[in-house]
Design a protein around this ligand. Structure first.
Ligand SMILES: [Zn+2]
Length: 208
């Protein structure tokens, strides 16, 4: 909202180069806010490249760790740059109009539920970026009383049936539901009934 730049996740490792050139082509040299929603390879794989390629303002990650090489490589790249990781958790205000609604709890069985969920609000529009947050996290957000109404929702967990619970979809009142999925992916994402659920709630579907 204030002319700053933010990147939420950076895809698989092989996407790193493409993401870096995409951002460079648009003339950006600095990423003011870099968000790693959770440490799964399909979200942080390309982030090492991003960290090494740009000046980074602040970097946010949830307090969830894994012992994958991808994760360790990213932590190394962050440390080499002398950056300190800020904790992504509910209630954190990243900048004006940008607030984290999750993770709310301290620990989860499922790494996806550590996902940082972002709500971005400006004068005209409201956005929700769900990461891979599942129904458990959605319900915590609703119970916490957060206002989740949004024009645009980046649907949780690539349109998997483990996310997009009825109550949450209903509560967003979304006009657009964005599904970030690889074409012909082996998970069958997005799941048909999830797409239909967002449609039935009145959202137009956009997909990668
Ligand atoms: Zn994912």
């Amino acid at each position: 909202p204030d002319g700053k730049t933010m990147l939420i996740d950076a895809g698989e490792a092989e996407a790193g180069e493409r993401i870096v050139s995409f951002i460079r082509e648009r003339g950006y040299k600095k990423i003011d806010y870099l968000i790693a929603t959770h440490p799964h390879a399909d979200h942080i794989g390309g982030m090492k490249e991003v960290v090494q390629s740009f000046e980074i303002g602040e970097i946010y990650m949830p307090k969830a760790s894994t012992n994958t090489k991808t994760y360790e490589n990213l932590l190394e790249a962050i440390a080499e740059k002398g950056l300190k990781i800020k904790t992504a958790q509910a209630g954190v205000q990243i900048c004006a109009g940008v607030e984290l609604l999750a993770p709310i709890g301290e620990s989860y069985e499922e790494l996806n539920n550590y996902s940082a969920v972002l709500r971005i609000v400006n004068a005209e529009h409201r956005f929700l970026f769900m990461g891979d947050a599942e129904i458990l996290s959605e319900n915590e957000i609703l119970e916490a009383g957060y206002d989740v109404r949004a024009d645009v929702v980046k649907v949780g967990h690539h349109g998997s049936g483990t996310s997009s619970g009825d109550a949450f979809v209903e509560a967003t009142g979304a006009r657009y539901a964005i599904f970030s999925v690889g074409a012909g992916n082996s998970y069958n994402h997005p799941h048909v009934f999830v797409v239909e659920k967002w449609q039935a709630a009145g959202a137009q579907i956009c997909r990668t």
